[in-house]
Write a protein that binds this ligand. Sequence first.
Ligand SMILES: C[S@@+](CC[C@H](N)C(=O)[O-])C[C@H]1O[C@@H](n2cnc3c(N)ncnc32)[C@H](O)[C@@H]1O
Length: 219
Amino acid sequence: MKEQIFQQVPPGGPWPDLKRDRPPPGAEFELIPPNYFAPLDLAQVFGRTAPLEVDLGCGDGAFIAQLAARFPERDFLGIDKLGGRVLRGCRKAARLGIRNARFVRIESSYAVQHLLPAGSAAVVHLLFPDPWPKRKHKRRRVVQPAFLESVHRVLAPEGRFRIATDQEKYFATIRELIRPEMFAELTPPPGESFPVTAFEKHFVAEGAPIYRLELRKIS
Ligand SMILES: C[S@@+](CC[C@H](N)C(=O)[O-])C[C@H]1O[C@@H](n2cnc3c(N)ncnc32)[C@H](O)[C@@H]1O
């Protein structure tokens, strides 16, 4: 029986049309760090030096890809722990024909602690992070004191940290964790608008309130 199954599989694999020897579309937008234990060489990654914006937990990558298309003079890095989402971001970037975005599959806390150089980011976005609402799961939330210290470290002087969530309690906890000697709260400049993320669309459609915070690095 086992032999029969193997015999049905054509030589070269069961999917003869699949061009498995070719990288998937958009693969050139995926950043695979050459060394996971050293800070990234961003000038080498982007082939230039430009203000950097980082999206932690970038999901399908639409937000970062649209911003990259809008601001070709800046560089953009989308970070997500799921490979499928990173791939979707890469495909979006390829479709938009942009050159100033990369996507990396990695855990956000690790990225801000180890991969992003100190003072390298003009803006860090954290939009609709996984809420982990159950009490016993709170330790899984990305926003923890050490994470905030790392975000502070990677921000350039006067750099901004943008947070949005639909979770009132998580938002309150984040506010409590913000150390006033590290971050000042900002009122976003009038007229500043950002692309709407996939999760934001979903929450807005549900009529859920959205809680936002914009911080400026102060020391
Ligand atoms: C609720 S979704 C929000 C996605 C996107 N920011 C948006 O607003 O549409 C959270 C995203 O963060 C990613 N994520 C959750 N925890 C993460 C972590 N610790 N490190 C990296 N990515 C994470 C998930 O894979 C998911 O894509």
